[in-house]
Ligand binder design. Structure first.
Ligand SMILES: NC(=O)c1ccc[n+]([C@@H]2O[C@H](COP(=O)([O-])OP(=O)(O)OC[C@H]3O[C@@H](n4cnc5c(N)ncnc54)[C@H](OP(=O)(O)O)[C@@H]3O)[C@@H](O)[C@H]2O)c1
Length: 339
């Protein structure tokens, strides 16, 4: 098995989660972490044996033991860092959201030209539940026609980047609606172009950051999607329903499964989805279990390392395509938000 050396750019919240995931993932190891301040990098690697702490991106990119870079920094800074990593010949895993679809095109094109892998860090795409629904939805629910997602977690720290439009320009739209739009890409898979977008955003009066949004999207081919996302509901909500022509799939943890994802650890709560069709009473709803050998963020790192090891660069385009489709839908929501 290959052993892909990762370097992380950033020492914040999600960098810590992914450092653990990289350490656990078969086929990968954490080689180095860079910060704009050496002291922060040193604090970050404390207790992580064999991981180098370095100051600055250039130092990280110069390291021969770093073959892949995980970009875990505010969205406004992601493109420059990603392009520099690609230019240095590193494979890149970039956290969501991305600045806009044009930036995604520039980054994915640069990666393709350099012969390195580009992937966005959407964990749920790598859970076996996602592949199962994609494979079985036609047989279970017919043609998917509408997708409804709600994603909230309680959050009100105005010092955080999510409340700073200079660092996270789309606020809760980028942070939360990204997952709603990835669910459209993974599950609804509309055949036609986006033709309608209508949104109701709510902004934080102190910072101007978007903190909540409800919206509806319509596609030329007749599919529709609704979303409701934000920080303001006072509870974690991760509901998804996918309605087809012959049934419905639902789950209440579509972003971060209750069973074993970074904020949740409930071994007795199985992961899966509820399937119902016809006039079934609740007692007849079917729970389809989709167990996973590893937490979804660890599977993401394993998938990344496997893709690099396979050297099947022609397959890498699927990851870029998913990023671009997700970001294009997100941009449309953002344009409607700002109109
Ligand atoms: N996929 C997921 O599940 C997930 C979960 C949470 C967050 N995210 C995304 O990941 C990104 C980071 O979120 P976070 O919660 O980890 O933020 P955070 O805790 O504020 O950490 C961001 C880190 O980026 C570095 N940084 C800040 N400004 C920078 C700049 N201008 N240039 C380069 N580096 C800079 C800082 O590290 P140094 O000071 O050490 O340089 C900082 O610690 C966000 O876009 C967020 O949406 C994804």
């Amino acid at each position: 098995m290959s052993d892909l050396g990762f370097g992380i750019v950033g020492t914040g919240f999600i960098a810590g989660i992914l450092a653990d995931a990289i350490t656990r993932a078969p086929g990968a190891h954490l080689a180095a972490v860079s910060s704009r301040s050496l002291a922060k990098a040193q604090d970050f690697v404390e207790g992580r044996s064999g991981v180098a702490a370095v100051e600055g991106l250039e130092t990280l990119l110069a390291r021969a033991d770093v073959a892949a870079v995980y970009v875990a920094i505010p969205t406004a800074a992601k493109e420059a860092v990603t392009l520099a990593a690609i230019a240095a010949g590193k494979h890149v895993l970039v956290d969501k959201p991305l600045p806009d679809a044009e930036a995604v095109r520039r980054m994915t094109q640069a990666a393709a030209e350099k012969g390195v892998l580009f992937m966005d860090a959407t964990h749920f795409s790598h859970h076996p539940r996602t592949a199962t629904i994609r494979a079985e939805s036609a047989a279970r629910i017919g043609r998917p026609r509408s997708l409804n997602t709600t994603f909230y977690f309680p959050f009100d720290d105005r010092e955080n980047i999510r409340f700073d439009p200079a660092q996270e320009p789309m606020g809760a739209v980028g942070d939360m609606a990204w997952y709603s739009m990835r669910a459209v890409v993974e599950y609804l898979r509309p055949a036609g172009a986006l033709t309608k977008v209508s949104v109701v955003p709510e902004r934080d009066p102190a910072t101007g950051a978007v903190i909540r949004l409800s919206g509806v999207l319509g596609f030329e081919s007749g599919e529709s999607a609704t979303l409701d996302v934000g920080y303001t509901a006072g509870t974690a909500i991760m509901d998804l329903s996918l309605l087809g022509t012959a049934g419905m799939i639902t789950m209440d943890d579509f972003v971060l499964d209750w069973h074993d994802s970074f904020p949740f650890d409930h071994p007795d709560t199985p992961v899966g989805f509820v399937h119902r069709s016809g006039m079934a009473h609740r007692s007849a709803f079917d729970f389809v279990e989709t167990p996973s050998d590893l937490p979804q963020e660890v599977r993401m790192i394993r998938a990344f390392a496997d893709a690099v090891a396979s050297e099947a660069a022609e397959d890498w385009g699927a990851y870029s395509k998913a990023s671009l489709e997700t970001q294009t839908l997100l941009d449309a929501i953002w344009r409607a938000c700002s109109a």
